[in-house]
Design a protein around this ligand. Structure first.
Ligand SMILES: Nc1ccn([C@@H]2O[C@H](COP(=O)(O)OP(=O)(O)OP(=O)(O)O)[C@@H](O)[C@H]2O)c(=O)n1
Ligand SMILES: O=P(O)(O)OC[C@@H](O)[C@@H](O)[C@@H](O)CO
Length: 451
């Protein structure tokens, strides 16, 4: 077993410590608890998580096991780890991977600065992988600082959209009932075929649920269940809650989960996951301009047009004159989309300053950051040949910053003197920007689009 490598900036900062669970890291609680809160936390359960990630992903139909398939050039499992790492009261995350994928997993932990991760060898079935993870926690391996938790979460590594609230619900329910699991309404009706492959009977859909993840258990319950488990169950079983019922007579509490708890199984699920992630990181755009706010200029007309056309997202704006104030705050808010409107300075002076700040910030470790360098072509500009020659530098800039997962492309907005035509150009520019951010396509880096 290999502990994960300590990270640097790492994933998003964990959320606030919910009542009733003990913190894990230095940021587990903003200030030391007092009185009843301290008492509550002292008796709160220590929580660990086991992530089975040792499958082959045969139903995905590609050579790469689906947990390592890329979404926006980052392996799927990294998103699940990030989701669990956001929860500060999960002390250890034990991931079961096959021996052949162990090195790839260690590289991934290092590259994306995942924390609190320990690795164990997967088994030939999902139940065996989970059992190996539980054994690692039970034996409290010193080299990974693992300790036996009171409550253990079991969550498939290929379910990236898991939020703190469902985790807290299943952990709290497991503490009371011994076991708990997320469920969802059935989408299709379950039927039972007879020996001839014909319908024997169907289940009343409204009275049944789909068992999803996360699930949570008192550690002693699920560990005892796995220790008693038959080889048949270990080989063919698919339901941990059933093991707790069959071997420990514990009836798990069923917790209604959100639609996002689905498991990535087929290729369509990977496309869906990528679309959801793209949508989530496109919700905020920050405009950087190299002119003062009160200055009448085409750049401010364009800023207004952007805010009107992109009214479905949060659009903030500022300048680089005070990067310590505006931009750092925006980066802390995890904005992944930046528009640099070059009005007064030479072609790429402002854009270069923005790229330097973004490169320093590590914001693009987990998600590709889109930067669009906006330029204007009007009758006062330098001769168009000279202008275009200057703007072609964007290709070199883009190639350089791509190494830092920053997707840079340019937008040249033609500014006719006639007011309506100018408005049309600005609107086309805004639509191009909205598309570039939504698609986040690395194939367009270094391109200069014209509106
Ligand atoms: N021997 C196994 C088999 C599966 N899993 C993990 O269990 C989770 C859910 O299983 P499933 O969706 O069935 O994954 P695969 O077995 O990889 O998929 P397939 O059945 O299509 O091969 C996945 O994170 C998978 O990596 C595991 O840890 N060990
Ligand atoms: O059967 P699979 O290995 O595809 O999936 C394993 C679990 O995710 C699945 O059985 C859930 O219903 C939870 O128990």
């Amino acid at each position: 077993m290999e502990p994960g490598q300590p990270g640097g900036s790492g994933p998003a900062e964990p959320g606030p410590l919910p009542r009733g669970v003990r913190g894990a890291g230095p940021k587990a609680s903003a200030s030391p608890p007092s009185g009843a809160e301290a008492q509550l936390q002292r008796c709160a359960p220590a929580v660990a998580a086991v992530l089975p990630a040792g499958g082959r992903g045969e139903r995905m139909g590609v050579p790469t096991p689906k947990q390592f398939c890329p979404i926006l050039e980052r392996p799927l499992i990294s998103y699940t780890l990030q989701a669990l790492e956001r929860v500060c009261w999960i002390k250890d995350i034990v991931v079961a991977v096959t021996g052949e994928n162990m090195d790839a997993m260690k590289d991934l932990i290092q590259r994306y600065q995942h924390k609190r991760i320990s690795l164990v060898e997967a088994g030939v079935t999902r139940h065996r992988s989970i059992f190996n993870g539980l054994k690692a926690l039970a034996e409290g391996q010193r080299d990974a600082q693992l300790s036996r938790p009171e409550v253990v979460i079991i969550h498939d590594a290929v379910r990236p959209f898991v939020e703190e609230d469902i985790l807290l619900k299943v952990v709290t329910a497991a503490k009371e009932h011994g076991a708990a699991g997320a469920v969802r309404p059935l989408v299709s009706t379950v039927i039972s075929p007879d020996a001839d492959g014909c319908l024997d009977h169907s289940l009343e859909r409204a009275r049944h649920r789909a068992s999803e993840m996360p699930q949570a258990f008192l550690f002693d319950v699920i560990y005892e269940a796995y220790q008693q488990c038959s080889d048949y169950d270990l080989e063919f079983g698919t339901e941990c809650l059933q093991l707790a019922l069959k071997y420990c007579h514990i009836k798990a509490k069923l917790v209604e989960g959100s639609p996002d708890l689905w498991k990535v199984t087929y290729k369509r699920d990977l496309y869906a996951a990528e679309s959801i992630i793209k949508e989530r990181i496109s919700e905020q755009i920050h405009i950087v301009m190299d002119t003062k706010e009160d200055e009448e200029h085409i750049g401010h007309h364009f800023e207004e047009m952007l805010k009107n056309e992109l009214n479905h997202v949060k659009v903030t704006s500022g300048s680089l004159c005070h990067p310590g104030r505006d931009l750092q705050q925006i980066i802390l808010e995890q904005c992944y989309n930046f528009i640099c409107v070059n009005v007064k300075t030479s072609e790429f002076e402002e854009t270069q300053k923005l790229l330097d700040v973004l490169t320093e910030s590590n914001i693009s470790i987990l998600y590709p950051v889109v930067v669009i360098s906006v330029h204007f072509l009007d009758h006062k500009s330098v001769p168009i040949g000279q202008k275009m020659e200057n703007l072609m530098q964007i290709r070199e800039f883009a190639k350089e910053v791509k190494k830092r997962n920053i997707l840079l492309c340019g937008l040249l907005i033609y500014c006719p003197q006639e007011k309506q035509k100018l408005q049309d150009s600005l609107r086309r520019g805004a639509i191009i920007i909205a598309t570039l951010i939504k698609e986040r396509n690395s194939g367009l880096i270094g391109q200069l689009l014209v509106a």
